[in-house]
Design a protein around this ligand. Structure first.
Ligand code: GYE
Length: 326
């Protein structure tokens, strides 16, 4: 399991350590006290505030841990992620981490990594591979739970209102774990009240422009929208623009529930334009580096590491906004 690692000390002021994975060996290479590991990280893209914070967290934590990070941005395309993973295999990195843009279609490339003896860590999003030996662990949120929290809030909020509540849903990227699971959790929760109905549901691809565009179409086609459920803050923020352009008041005429709790979302929540945000924590870097060190050392790690998160009302957003780091 150990890979031979050559540590090169570079005479640089900031980044002092870099490392490149060698071929199969019995370890012990390098003369430094701390053998850095090399990680190939295949990121989804830069589609949202959440993603930007996640990328920053991974990059900063790698630096702190002395991990030589090879980073790629797949621009939300699975084929780009597969290419990046293949190139990390070719470079014989010590560990590969990635956040799969969609759930399906990973078995072949994950098998290639396994055959090359390179451990894989899933971060943020999961895959639907039946063979769980293709990756060591999955670090990230429970997206079904997030959807449930969003739905539970709405059930409670609508308890005193009479008659139907028309919900439009802005879904995340089609086929992505958070889109599938946030829908599932929300639907399960709102089933408690037959007045709550999803009247339209479409993908806005987790982007602000996507959310805006889809919301514009919803507003044209659907009279009497009461609630927007957006699978992330960015799409909710796009929906706010569309709602305001249509002469309606977001947060009042149309209530908005989102997921993430990034700074821009929290600011809109504090202003009352969003009514409720379920938190999804993007700061996975430190945990990822810890897991990577263990996996590379051949230590056991839990098969699943779930991120702890909460949810915010406008009052709570006002309290924490100033100290929000992302
Ligand atoms: O909620 C969204 C991002 O996978 C949890 O991806 C992540 C999601 C996040 O684009 O903003």
């Amino acid at each position: 399991m150990f890979k031979k690692t050559f540590v090169t000390v570079i005479a640089a002021t900031t980044l002092a350590l870099t490392a490149c994975g060698g071929g199969a060996g019995t370890g012990g290479g390098g003369g430094g006290s701390e053998d850095g590991i090399t990680m190939g990280f295949a990121q989804v893209g830069a589609e949202s505030g959440w993603r930007t914070a996640n990328t920053k967290s991974v990059q900063e934590s790698a630096k702190e841990a002395g991990v030589d990070l090879k980073f790629s941005d797949a621009q939300q395309k699975q084929e780009n992620q597969i290419k990046a993973i293949r190139s990390y295999i070719q470079q014989q990195v010590d560990v590969i981490a990635f956040s799969p843009v969609v759930e399906s279609g990973w078995d072949t490339v994950l098998k290639e990594a396994k055959d090359a003896d390179i451990p894989v860590i899933l971060t943020d999003r999961s895959v639907d591979s039946a063979d769980t030996s293709l990756y060591k662990t999955f670090l990230g949120s429970d997206f079904v739970e997030e959807g449930k929290k969003a739905g539970d809030w709405l059930v409670e909020d609508s308890a005193s209102t009479e008659g139907p509540v028309n919900i439009v849903e802005l879904q995340g990227t089609t086929g992505a774990a958070p889109a599938i699971d946030r829908k599932e959790g929300f639907e399960a929760a709102i089933a408690a009240d037959p007045d709550l109905k999803i009247v339209e549901s479409q993908t806005g691809d987790f982007t602000r422009s996507g959310g805006k565009q889809v919301m514009e179409a919803f507003l044209k086609n659907t009279p009497d929208i009461d609630v927007v459920y957006a699978h992330n803050d960015d799409m909710g923020l796009g929906a706010i623009e569309a709602i305001e352009a249509a002469g309606k008041v977001p947060g009042k005429d149309i209530k908005i529930i989102t997921v993430d709790a990034v700074k821009d979302g929290m600011a809109a929540l504090a202003e009352g334009k969003i009514n409720y945000i379920v938190e999804c924590n993007p700061l996975l870097g430190d945990q990822l580096m810890d897991l990577a060190a263990k996996v590379v050392a051949g230590e056991e790690v839990p098969a699943r590491v779930v991120t702890e998160e909460s949810a915010f009302t406008p009052e709570q957003a006002k309290e924490v906004l100033a100290s929000r780091e992302y």
